[in-house]
Structure formats: structure tokens, C-alpha cells
Design a protein around this ligand. Structure first.
Ligand code: ATP
Length: 308
């Protein structure tokens, strides 16, 4: 008898870099009030879902061993959340192809959660609207709504309240991936400690940065990039200073720590410059590996069927 092999639904979801990240003081609920400008980057994860007897997660890719394949995986939690909303069992096998560094400050787990929401909406023909997907995404984590939307957006609150920023220009980046990850809560705690001790400089407003994004000239944008978490990430991992210096010496227009780090993101003049900077940086021995990326790109989207 012929058995029908179900076709998986595959969704690609982007990573993010924070072009601007202003961290306010600690709120009573333990979170910090943020104002950030996200840009979605082409470095991405792919998540495939296929009907199965029970919920499972498998992870492939260079960093797979660092990612939990159990109920603590954000994709697993996303599957349980959508299933509960749909009133059905989360009976799916989830395959994650990781391209985004783990614990790298690039929202890898959030990308997988956003991708799982979109994949299961398609697999189960739920027809969830944007508002419903947004609501589920915000329940899963602060960066998940942005991974769903992509593009460029201003994020406030914990980063989950988004206002899209229109930009017709593509920017070119080199990403220096570090050997070890940094835990986001630990980096926030280190910033609180640094602020209790002294007064590390805070980033300015976003008006000029938003103008620069509209203009599309990376030379204008470069000096406006800023991240309040950078001082904390550098305090926890001082070797990142050398990485940031090496990227600029290699020809990047500017380098910043991405989000909570330790990935360093270098803005380059154009695609050719990014290739040159990535080659130099790879040879400088200041990071685990180097990737070229561009942005903005779309949020989590179905890319079709794939081999599980
Ligand atoms: P962010 O930039 O949103 O603060 P990050 O990119 O620094 O996050 P992640 O890659 O999302 O960090 O991973 C943080 C931790 O979350 C990992 O160390 C891992 O234990 C756990 N985790 C849970 N689900 C996933 C997933 N699908 N992919 C990666 N890590 C996951």
C-alpha cells in the first residue's frame, strides 16, 4: 500500500541587529524600558514543521549542540501556544536549521519562535491574522514580534511594541561571531552594576539615525549607530574591543556590539567592501567566524517545501 509522506512547511526567519539601543532604568517588573531601532538581516534560520505523533524538536547546523531540543526551546513553546489557541494537540516534528549564532545577541531563538508561529498557521490552515500572530509572538519573548515583521522598526517597552520604519535602501554588514555566547540577562545585570558604580555614557536620540536610514547613505548612518549594552558586553568580554578595532581597521565604516552581544556587527560602504572586510577580519584571528549579511529583509515567511 502506498503511504503519503506529508510535505513539510518551511519558514525562513531573519536575525536582527539593533542600530540603536537605549536602555532605560530598571522597571518594577524587573525589565528595562527600551527604545531600539531594529534592522532584520539576511543571516537567518529555517524552521520546517511536519505532522507527527508527538511534538519534537531537532536542530541542525554548526551551533546545533548549543540549542536545547526539549520544551525549553522557544520553537517548542511556540508550537504549544499555537496548538492551545487552535484547540488541538501540538503533534508536529520541528526541524530547525540554524544559521543565526546561538546566544549571539541576534535573536536566534526569537527567530525560531516567529518561524514556528508562521509555519503552524500555514500547516494547520488556521488563517491567524496579523494581530493574533503579534499577540502570540509578544507572549513568547520581546524580540519575537520583530522577527515576525522584519524590515526596520522602532521597538519600545521591552522591544515588543513596534512601529515600522520605511526604508528603500539596503545596507551591507559583516558579522564577527564570537567563540562563546553571552547571556542576555547577565549583560543587563552588568549594565545595572556599571550604572550603580558610575555613569556610562548613554546613546543619544534617534532622530538623526532615522533621517540617515531614509537617506540610505551608510557613511551618514555609521557614526549614529549606538548601543547602551555595549559597555556591559565589553566589560564581560574585554576581547571584543580588539574585534571592534580590527573590523574598522579592515575598512568597515563602524562596528557595534549587536544587542547583548557578543556578535560584533560592522556596517560597510557596499557589498564589495563587506566581502573585503570579512576576508581581512577572518584572517585577523579576533573571532570564531565571519559572515556577510544585508538588511533590511522580510520577517518570517513561508519559503516552501523542503526535505526534513
Ligand atoms: P537575543 O538577541 O534575543 O537576546 P540571543 O540571540 O542572544 O537572544 P539566542 O540565540 O536566542 O540568544 O539564545 C539564548 C538561549 O536560549 C540559548 O543559549 C539557548 O539555551 C536558548 N534557546 C532556546 N530556544 C532556542 C532556539 N530555538 N535557538 C537558540 N537558542 C535557543
Amino acid at each position: 500500500m502506498l503511504s503519503v509522506v506529508p510535505t513539510p512547511v518551511t519558514v525562513r526567519a531573519p536575525s536582527k541587529v539593533n542600530l540603536h539601543l537605549a536602555v532605560g532604568d530598571l522597571r518594577e517588573d524587573g525589565y528595562h524600558e527600551l527604545r531600539t531601532v531594529f534592522q532584520a538581516l539576511s543571516l537567518s534560520d529555517e524552521v520546517s514543521v511536519v505532522p507527527a505523533d508527538a511534538l519534537s524538536v531537532q536542530v541542525r547546523g554548526a551551533d546545533a549542540a548549543l540549542v536545547p531540543a526539549d520544551s525549553t526551546n522557544l520553537a517548542w513553546r511556540a508550537a504549544e501556544l499555537v496548538a492551545a489557541r487552535a484547540g488541538r494537540e501540538p503533534a508536529v516534528a520541528i526541524m530547525i536549521d540554524k544559521g543565526i549564532p546561538v546566544a549571539g545577541g541576534m535573536a536566534g531563538g526569537s527567530a525560531d519562535a516567529a518561524a514556528t508561529l508562521v509555519a503552524l498557521d500555514a500547516l494547520w490552515h488556521l488563517g491567524l491574522g496579523r494581530d493574533e500572530l503579534d499577540e502570540l509572538a509578544a507572549e513568547l519573548g520581546s524580540d519575537v514580534p520583530f522577527c515576525l515583521h522584519g524590515g526596520i522598526a522602532i521597538g519600545t517597552g521591552r522591544g515588543e511594541h513596534l512601529v515600522p520604519v520605511l526604508s528603500r535602501h539596503t545596507f551591507h554588514w559583516v558579522l564577527a561571531l564570537a567563540k562563546d555566547g553571552l547571556s542576555t540577562p547577565v549583560v543587563f545585570r552588568e549594565l545595572d552594576r556599571l550604572r550603580a558604580e558610575g555613569n556610562p555614557r548613554r546613546v543619544d536620540g534617534t532622530d538623526e539615525l532615522l533621517h540617515a536610514l531614509a537617506g540610505g547613505d551608510p557613511h551618514v548612518l555609521a557614526p549614529l549607530l549606538g548601543n547602551d549594552l555595549q559597555a556591559a558586553a565589553l566589560s564581560l568580554n574585554p576581547a571584543l574591543r580588539r574585534t571592534l578595532r580590527a573590523g574598522v581597521e579592515a575598512g568597515a565604516l563602524a562596528g557595534i556590539v549587536s544587542g547583548s552581544g557578543p556578535t560584533c556587527a560592522f556596517l560597510c560602504a557596499d557589498e564589495d567592501a563587506a566581502v573585503t572586510v570579512s576576508a581581512e577580519l577572518a584572517g585577523a584571528g579576533v573571532c570564531r567566524t565571519v559572515r556577510v549579511a544585508s538588511g533590511p529583509v522580510h520577517g518570517a515567511r513561508v519559503v516552501g517545501a523542503s526535505t526534513p
